[in-house]
Structures are given as structure tokens and as C-alpha cells.
Design a protein around this ligand. Sequence first.
Ligand code: NDP
Ligand code: 2IT
Length: 451
Amino acid sequence: MAISDHVDLDQFMDGVKRRNPGETEFQQAVYEVAVDIFDYIADKEIYHEAQILRRIAEPDRVVSFRVCWEDDNHNVRVQRGYRVQNNNAIGPYKGGLRFHKSVNQSILKFLAFEQTFKNSLTGLPMGGAKGGSDFNPKGKSDSEIMRFCQSFMTELYRHVGEDTDVPAGDIGVGAREIGYMFGQYKRITNRYVGVLTGKGIEWGGSLVRKEATGYGVVYFLEDMLRHAGEGLEGKVMTVSGSGNVAVHAAEKALQLGARVVTLSDSEGFIHDPDGFTREKLEWVKRHKGHRRGRISAYAEEFKGASFHEGERPWRVPCDLACPCATQNEVHADDARLLAKNGLKAMAEGANMPATNDAVKVLREAGVLFGPAKAANAGGVAVSGLEMAQNSTRIAMREDELQSLLRDIMQGIHGRCLEHAQGPDGYVDYAKGANIAGFKKVADAMLAFGIV
Ligand code: NDP
Ligand code: 2IT
């Protein structure tokens, strides 16, 4: 086929929209990658001929199933469960499970698609997947969570396995839920294998997994700043979310000398102009973790802090911003305000928190932008190390894992840089991450022929 016969980006996206009607998050994620990949493969006939991008943008399979459970009042409840296995060209499917009322096929397809590039960037042998349910864990008792997790795994176990597909946590799924699901998997199959990551330390989990995503985000930020001749010391940083990723990003930023002044949840954000201390963050972990409290209580607990109902933190002036809550939580207007207030760098802790328009604004303003698939890959990277520890039946030491995480994040930064040349010397990490993540998966797919 002559290069001039190729479909262009608009035609490609028309096809994606036609085949995935109404799946706006999925379309958004594919577009963000396709823009850079079309440019990169313009003169690389082999990728066109084999239709690589089209194939990566069509999940290998989408499994959807009914999950029935009984609540504490003996009402029968029906939820929908999913596992989207996007691509296993470079290793077994790998990616988290999300339990949130907003979960639908579009969101999980976007997450599984993104995960494919993210996992490739880590340098470890992992394919991309994502799953979850529209089950809403808020306000549920511990027994209800247990019964739901057991019912969910009673179907999911057919589709996963230590060399097939290895789920982990994501929004609404932490060590407690992984425990209930692992217990059920073991009970059904009578096998003790690394079928899930994010496990408890006593039963096959890895040290540093809990902290890895948030710490990795700040390491990526540190590497971007260092490359630009700057550092974290003394910088003011805003963080959104107050879950696993947000609190550990805030913790590492604090350790490296930044002043972190915001956190948030779905009800609003807190602003502490003095910045969080280790003690304050420990309070947040306890309050949000075991007690599943609201972040608004922080403003009642600590003097000088304020709560802003229904708002996100982006109007607070800062040098650095880390959105760590959910997708599409930074819009173009937020990005304009952040840039106007002097933002130097943003690293995405959440998956796709910035809209494509917001990223465009940041790029045009010359703000360094660490995309999720690079910046938050530390979590899945340590999941990869958890799989390795489970396969070899050894447990690595904390200092080894901390230093591997640091090295892996530096490796990802380096891989992005190889393809990150933007106009006027701008370091375009989003483009770098897309191309580097794509190349490894694409070359593996070429090796396998048309399958
Ligand atoms: P948690 O469940 O621990 O925390 C989620 C946080 O985000 C909570 O503060 C929650 O507030 C807030 N949040 C969730 N949904 C919304 C919403 N629709 N609007 C506003 N706030 C919301 O999840 P994680 O910290 O694990 O995940 C956060 C993000 O990081 C997600 O995008 C996830 O995909 C991504 N991620 C997670 C990794 C991990 O290892 N856990 C790895 C890589 C990325 P509330 O309590 O009010 O719901
Ligand atoms: O988005 C993510 O990378 C995760 N939720 C973690 C996935 C994993 O398998 O550890």
C-alpha cells in the first residue's frame, strides 16, 4: 500500500467513534495517543501495513458479567463486573480493578488501553488490562464488601491467572478488597499463586507496593525538574485526591523539600497554606483509610486550614501540581489559571486527569507535563516486582525495592526523553511516552504476525 493511501488521523478517529459509540473516555484516550503515533509512523510503512495502532485500539477481549450479592438487610443486589484485556503482546495482562459507581465499559476500555503503554514504559514484561464494577463501596459494611468481593471473584477467577492476567487495586480497591478476592480465588482453585498484586505483606504482597505510585509520581516530577535545571526544594505543590496515590505523592514531596498545600475528595478540597507535615499526613491516612472519612474534617482538626466545598484545588497558586483523584479533573480553564499563577510542572498521578484541551494549554504555556502513563507507572512497576517475588517465592528487602522503584522511574524518564523533542526546545513528555510505549508493543506484535 502506498503511504498516500493510508487513512489520516480524522478517518482513523471516525472509525474508532463508529466502532465504540458513546464511549467518550475511550475515544479521548485513543485520540491522545493516535495524534503522536500518526506523526511517528508517517514514514514507517511496516506499522501501517500491519495496522498496529488499529489493533491496539481494539481490546483483545471485554468480559462483562453479572455480580449478585446480598446486602445487610437481605436485599438482593445486582452489579455489573468487567475485565477488559487490552493487549498481551509483551507479557500477561496486568492492571487494576476499580469499584466506583461511575464505572462503565468506556472508562475501563480507556484505562486498559492506557495501561498497555504504561506497562510497556516500565521495561517489565506486562500487557495491559483493567477491570472493576459499578459497585459503590461508600457506606457499605465490611461484610457487604466481603460478600461483593467474593461474588465478583466467583466469576473473575475463570479469566485470570498468574501467567494470564494479574489484577490489582485502583479506586475503591485496596488491601482489604484484594484480601477478600485473593481468599476467594484460593478457595475456588486451591492454588496459592500470584494472581493478584497489592496483597498484604503476610500473604505474598510486596513491600513498597502501597507507596509506589505516589512516590513514583514525585520521582518523575523530580527528574523532569532536574532535566530543566531545577529541583523540588521549596516549591509549592497542589495535590488532588486523598486516597492511596495522593497521600503518598504528598508524603514523598514533603520528604524531598516541597510544601504541599492541598488535598481533596469528591466533596471538595482542603487548603493548608502552612503545608502538610508528616503528622498531618498520618492523620489523613488514618482518617481516610480505616475510618473512610471525608477530607472536610481536616479543616476542623487543623487550625489555619480551610475546606472549599464542591471545588477542585487548581485555583490555589502553585509551582507544581499533581492531580491524583480521577479522570478529567483538570480542564482547559483550570490549566489556564494554573499557568497564569506560575505553574512550572504537572505530573499526573491519576489516569488521564487532564483533558486533551488542558494538556494543549499547558504545552503552549511551556509547562512541563508528565503524563499518567509515565508518571504513575511506579505502582504497576512494583506490582511487576511483586509478581517476580511470587514466582520465585522470595521476598525482597525494602531498601532493594525502594532503590529499584527509583531506578525504574528514572528509566521511564529516559525512555520518554528519547522521543520528546517538541517545537522550540519544549520537552514533550506526553509525546515521548506515547511513542516509547507504543514502539515496544508494536515491535512485539510485528514478530507474532497477523493474530
Ligand atoms: P483511592 O480509592 O485510594 O482514592 C481515590 C481518591 O480520589 C479519593 O480521594 C476519592 O474521593 C477521589 N475521587 C475518586 N473518584 C472521584 C471523582 N469522580 N471525583 C472527585 N474525586 C474522586 O484510589 P487511588 O488513589 O488508588 O487512585 C486514584 C487515581 O490514581 C485513579 O485515577 C487511579 O486510576 C490512579 N492510579 C492508581 C494506582 C494505584 O496503585 N492505586 C496506580 C496508578 C494510577 P472520595 O473518597 O470522595 O471518593
Ligand atoms: O492504573 C494503574 O496502573 C493501577 N491501578 C495499578 C495496576 C497494577 O497492576 O498494579
